[in-house]
Design a protein around this ligand. Sequence first.
Ligand code: E4P
Length: 218
Amino acid sequence: MKFFIDTANLKEIKEAHALGILDGVTTNPSLMAKEGITGKDNIMRHYKAICDIVDGDVSAEVISVDLEGMIREGEELIEIDDKIVVKIPMIKEGVKALKYFSSKGIRTNCTLIFSAGQALIAAKAGATYVSPFIGRLDDISTDGIGLIEQILTIYRNYGYETQVLAASVRHPMHIIQCAEVGADVMTGPLSAMEALMKHPLTDIGLEKFLADYNKGNA
Ligand code: E4P
């Protein structure tokens, strides 16, 4: 399973990259705003800075909600770097944009997916990735991981090449569950990735190994 980090924070992206397990980055307008990145030039520069850190795909989201606007923005975004994937919302105009970009060989990530039907349409329109938001579904007592499984089954039935990118991952168990059901990618915070490495028995075991070594080698 590929690990993407879901942030626009350069320090966190660098930290995840330094771990050697980072396969890409996803951003959205809220994450950019959280970092105080405003104005078109700054936003474009920030995407470039992210691309310069990571080796994999970097999702950059359009703001327009009409087809022409999405095409214009997407074409500008892909000029920044080859790593850019155009992130398009799951709305009617977005579906047309997905079709437009896929026919040109431009990679897309269809965002704000909350149902299997939306994921099916995105795949038919040729999306490279679909992003079902599992955390936001869990927030409203709906089974986020169940949706990932459902989409994977549908894609497998028909051999769709669209990759299932589990988004809105909130904690380490989400990551484990995504891996169990076979999500192609998960995108989440650095904290959830770091939590995967932690186990109290590892800490206790290491402490004892070092103490025993020091007894004989002090
Ligand atoms: C997806 O790409 C989104 O950026 C993201 O995963 C949303 O997560 P949130 O629900 O934690 O905001």
